[in-house]
Design a protein around this ligand. Sequence first.
Ligand SMILES: *Cc1c(COP(=O)(O)O)cnc(C)c1O
Length: 493
Amino acid sequence: MFFNSTRGSERGIYPSEAMIKGIAVDGGLYVPDGIPCIEWKLEDLMNMDYGAVACFIMKKYFSDFENDEIAECVNSAYDDNFDTTDIVPMVEKVGVHFLELYHGPTLAFKDMALTILPHLLKKAMSKRKIEKELVILTATSGDTGKAALEGFANVEGIRIIVFYPENGVSEIQKRQMITQEGSNTCVIGIKGNFDDAQSGVKDIFNDDEFVKELHENGFMLSSANSINIGRLIPQVVYYFYGYLNLLRNKKIQSGETVNVVVPTGNFGNILSAYYAKKMGLPIGKLICASNENNVLYDFLSTGIYDRRRELKLTNSPSMDILISSNLERLLYEISGRDEILVKELMEKLKLEGKYIITEKMKEELKDFYGGYASEAETEEAINKVYRAADYVMDTHTAVAYSVYEQYKAKTGDNTKTIIASTASPFKFGKTVSKAVGIHIDDLDDFRIIEALSKTVHNDIPQSVRTLENKMVIHNNTCKKEEMKLAVQKFLNR
Ligand SMILES: *Cc1c(COP(=O)(O)O)cnc(C)c1O
């Protein structure tokens, strides 16, 4: 298995190399030169634990890693970092199956990949005999930042820099990041939104002169965003594991099709589900749920991607995105791997803020269904499911649930459904508390989650409970034009 750039300039790249570089030199994303099929019957995998399934799937993509190297990475990541041995529990409520992807150290699904990425990168570096210090540059809409910091803190030979939108993350998310320990970590709030942070990071990657200067000083850039294949591939695993869970518990029959609903921002999580489907997992519809930043909904219904609109700050901040990076990988697949076309579309997006796909590509989108939920609908969904089943969803999962209900009402499709549940409700305590009817008027964020915990009879996760008394370590902010300077400053310390 080798990796190619979606924009054509690079081919035959080793998985370890693609992982280290993060993004191709032409600005394209690395994609596998063919999506591998599973040659085993799913029943044969049914009794494997999470780690075993993870090894099985990842080996197919990370072909220049030995089996025991992957196993070591898997074992170091999916251990008591997670608060359940099942790693991703499946919970059946209100007629759907919630795949809870937030039982890792930072309480969001980003942990599924970011607990393993540092281990994979370390191995990749020794494989490629790289002696430079790796600098992980990350833009975050809130959850990636903390998960990456936690994963990379104090990892030797690696430094990590996180840019987050100063006013675009939840209070808990912010506190999680600015209290991060580890001498190799740097956290900076930018005066701008997530798209600004993400394009700033991409510009740094594409700044040849700066990259050269870094090289001369012994540094090499890499990425912990979902543009990195080291993020994407570990996320394929839980779709398999979730399906196998339903099979094992006789909720579905062998070969039965299930639909998947994914609350979507940068299109990484749902793209992993698409890869799983292409590998042979019986997924029917891929239901893409957006919040009021509904570019993807528009795209899936019209074939026109148009980012020329104001980004809204919503109660599901990790999805406040207008440029969904990983969509590029989907364009690559649905265009029949037409690199020239992908490059053209991406240039259009950059220059004109908009592109239109061909009719043929549109046809290839038939497995996707796009929907979106307003802020009010998101809160209603939280309230409804809580009243009906005593089950508390976070705001992102609630967006997915709301879109799922719309989908069902519209299509009458009763196919069994998995909803990707992407964060703990305690990470977004303010909105969740309000939605379940708690009066939060004069309360600060920590009092709010205490009230939430009491009301819904769920313990506050340890990592949130201890946040209040942690010292703020990072209080730097910068303008979006100053990101490069901020990187230089941190590296020259
Ligand atoms: C990142 C994130 C999302 C969006 O996932 P993408 O892979 O960017 O589409 C949804 N929910 C939560 C809680 C997140 O942290």
